[in-house]
Write a protein that binds this ligand. Sequence first.
Ligand SMILES: Nc1ncnc2c1ncn2[C@@H]1O[C@H](COP(=O)(O)OP(=O)(O)OP(=O)(O)O)[C@@H](O)[C@H]1O
Ligand SMILES: *[C@@H]1O[C@H](CO)[C@@H](O)[C@H](O)[C@H]1NC(C)=O
Ligand SMILES: *[C@@H]1O[C@H](CO)[C@@H](O)[C@H](O)[C@H]1NC(C)=O
Ligand SMILES: *[C@@H]1O[C@H](CO)[C@@H](O)[C@H](O)[C@H]1NC(C)=O
Ligand SMILES: *[C@@H]1O[C@H](CO)[C@@H](O)[C@H](O)[C@H]1NC(C)=O
Ligand SMILES: *[C@@H]1O[C@H](CO)[C@@H](O)[C@H](O)[C@H]1NC(C)=O
Ligand SMILES: [Mg+2]
Length: 671
Amino acid sequence: MKLTVLFVVLFSFHLAAGDDVQVQFAFPGFAGANLTVDGNATVTPDGLVVLNSRKTNLKGHAFYPTPLRFRGSPGGQVHSFASSFVFAIVSDYTDFSAHGMALVVCPTPESLSSALPAGYLALLNVQNNGNASNHLFAVELDTTQNTDFKDINSNHVGIDVNDLHSLQSHPTGYYLDGSGDFRNLTLFSREAMQVWVSYDGGTGQIDVTLAPLGVAKPARPLVSDTYNLSSVITEQAYIGFSSSTGGINTRHYVLGWSFAMNGPAPAIDIAKLPKLPRFGPKPRSKVLEIVLPIATAAVVLAVCTVVALLLLRHLRYAQLLEDWEIEFGPHRFSYKELYHATKGFKSKHLLGAGGFGKVYKGVLSRSKLEVAIKKISHESRQGTREFIAEVVSIGRLRNPNLVQLLGYCRRKGELLLVYEYMPNGSLDKYLYGECEGVLDWAKRFHAIKGVASGLLYIHERWEKVVIHRDIKASNVLLDGEMNGRLGDFGLARLYDHGTDPHTTHVVGTMGYLAPELVRTGKASTLTDVFAFGAFLLEITCGRRPVSNGSPGMDTDSHEMLVDWVLDHFRRGCLAETVDARLGGDCDVDEACRVLKLGLLCSHPFASTRPSMRQVMHYLDSDTPLPDLSLADMTSFSTMALLQNQGFDSYAISYPSSMGSIGTVSYISGGR
Ligand SMILES: Nc1ncnc2c1ncn2[C@@H]1O[C@H](COP(=O)(O)OP(=O)(O)OP(=O)(O)O)[C@@H](O)[C@H]1O
Ligand SMILES: *[C@@H]1O[C@H](CO)[C@@H](O)[C@H](O)[C@H]1NC(C)=O
Ligand SMILES: *[C@@H]1O[C@H](CO)[C@@H](O)[C@H](O)[C@H]1NC(C)=O
Ligand SMILES: *[C@@H]1O[C@H](CO)[C@@H](O)[C@H](O)[C@H]1NC(C)=O
Ligand SMILES: *[C@@H]1O[C@H](CO)[C@@H](O)[C@H](O)[C@H]1NC(C)=O
Ligand SMILES: *[C@@H]1O[C@H](CO)[C@@H](O)[C@H](O)[C@H]1NC(C)=O
Ligand SMILES: [Mg+2]
C-alpha cells in the first residue's frame, strides 16, 4: 500500500526582529521527502527511514537536506530549538538488540563519515571521541551497555556532547502525569515510541522526554541537563539521525519527524504515519482470534457429523451382496428400499411375529406396491446360497392361491423376504378372536378349497415338487377377495440346512407335524397332507390342533384336537365338534365331510393319507370318502407316537404375540 504524499513540510523562514530566525518542518512519514541518506540508510516507498538493513556492523545516516542556522550570527548564542520523532527498533531477537540510534546535530553529514558502527553509534570513532572539535550534540537511544562509555544499562536514553559518554542518561521509560510513577519501556520492543528533545538557548536546559506512541508528551522529562550548546553547535549545522548495528541484525526505523527553531516542535500527525512492516508471525486479529476457533470447531463438528451420518447411513443400509447373487438380481431388493418402505421398520408397521421373525407392512416407494416384509434373523451359513436359490425359484411360482414372493434382501445376520401384502391378514386371526365377527362356513370352505388348490399346485402342477413344510392357519392368508392363499413355503428348510447329519432337527409347528416327519426328519408331500388335515380340523372346529385343556376337553395339558374329533367320530357325534360360533349358518353335512377328510389326512400312516389331487377331488365333488379304518386309528395320538419313539428331548416354544403354538424343534439322537 502506497501512502499518498505524506510529507508536509511547513518550511517557513520567518525573519523577525534581529536575528530571531524561525525554521520548522514536520514529516509524518518520509514519502517524497528529499532526505540526505548515506551508508545503509534508505527511505522506503512507504515513507519509512530505515537505518541499517539486515546486516551486522553497519551504519547509516539520514539528514534534513539543508543546513539550519542555529545561531543568529557567527559569535551569537545558539537558538532554542525543539524536535520530536517517532521511532521503532526491531531486532531479530526479542531480548537483545544492537546497538542503537541517535538524533544528531553536527556541522556536516561528512563529519560523520569516519564514525564507527556498533557502540560508536555511527557518531564518533576511537580517535575523536570526546574531542570538542567534533561540535556534535546527540540524543542517544542505546540498546547495548558499553562499559567504555560508562553506559548505565542496555536500554537507556542519554544526552551526548562530543562524547559517547553521556552527560546524563536514564533507563528508558516515562513518568506518568499526575501520580508521577515511572513506567519502564524497552527501546527494542518493536513498538513505535515518540521522543521530544528541546533546548532552551537562554538557560541551556536540555530536556529529553519519551512516551509510547499515542501517549501525550509527559510533563516530566526522562533526562535533563543544563549545558551551554553555544560552545558546541556551529553557526550552520545539519540535523538528522544516525544508527549502527553490531553483531546482530537490527533495524532502526524513523516513522515521523518534526523540528522547530525558536518554538515548540510541531505535532506529528500519528494517523498519517507509515505502518511498520510485520515482524515474526502475523499477529492475529481479534476477530480471527474469536472466529477462527469457533469456525474450526464448527468445521470439525460438521465433518464429524457428516462422517457419523455417512457411517450411520452405511450401517443402517448395510447389506450383503455376493457374486453368486447376481443371477438373482431381479429378485433382489436393496435394504435401503425396504427400510424406507417400512419407515425404518417402525413397530407401527408390524403385522405380526412368528417363529422365524417379525413381519412388517410396507409400501415400495417406486411401484407404490403394498408388501409384507418378513425379517428373519439368520446367521450366514453354508446353506444360505441354496436357500436363496430355492427362495428365488419359489418366487417364480405363480398361482392365485399362493402368496407371491416378490424378492429378498440379505444383511449380516438377517434375511428379508418380500411378499405380496394380503389385506385380510391370516386366517388364524378370524378363528381365534383377534378379528371382529365370525368367518362364516361358506368363506371357510372357500378358503379351504383355495389352500388345497395352492398346495396341489406346488405338489404336482409345477415343474418340480415343492414341499410347503409349514401349513397352518397363520400361514393361510386371505386376499382382498377372501381367497385363501398359502404363504411361507419352504422357510422351515432354512433351519434344516447345515445341521449335523446325525441329528434330526425338525422344524414345524406342534400338532401339524406328521409322526414320520418327527421320526425321520424327512419332509414329503404326505407330511404336508398331514398338516393340511390338521388345518381342516382346525378351521372347522375353530380350535387349535394342540390346546391347553380348554373347557369341554380333557384336562390333559396338551390335548390333541385330532384325538378329540376322533373320539366324537367314534361316538357318532362328529357334528358336535363343528365350531359352535357358526350357529345355524352352516352346511353341517359339508362340515362333517371336511372333518372326515381332515381325519383321513391326519392318518398316522402316511400311505393311508390321500394325495392333494384326491383331496381336491373330494372337496370338489360329492364322491363319498373312503371309510376310515377305526382299527388304524386306535393309537392315533401323535403325542403317544412321539413318546414311543424314545426321543432324547424335545422343546416346545410358544412364540409371543400370536399366541399360537409355534415352532417345535425335536432334536433326536437317532443314531
Ligand atoms: N403377506 C402378508 N400379508 C399380510 N399379513 C401377513 C403376511 N405375511 C404375514 N402376515 C402377518 O404376519 C403375521 C406373522 O407371520 P409369520 O409368518 O411371521 O408368523 P406365523 O405364520 O405365525 O408363523 P411361521 O413363522 O411359522 O410362519 C401373520 O400372522 C400374519 O398376520
Ligand atoms: C552498506 O553500506 C556500505 C557502504 O556504503 C555498502 O558498501 C554496502 O553495500 C551497504 N550494505 C547494504 C546492505 O546496504
Ligand atoms: C534534494 O537535495 C539535494 C541536495 O540538498 C538537491 O541537490 C536536490 O535538488 C534536491 N532534490 C529535490 C527533488 O528536492
Ligand atoms: C582534537 O581534534 C583536532 C582536529 O582533528 C586535533 O588537532 C586535536 O589534536 C584533537 N585533540 C585531542 C585531545 O585528541
Ligand atoms: C523497571 O526496570 C528496572 C530495571 O531496568 C527494574 O528494576 C524495575 O523493577 C522495573 N519496573 C517495573 C515496574 O517493571
Ligand atoms: C553561553 O556561552 C556564550 C558564549 O560562548 C555566552 O554568551 C552565553 O551567555 C552563555 N549562555 C549561558 C546560558 O550560559
Ligand atoms: Mg407365517
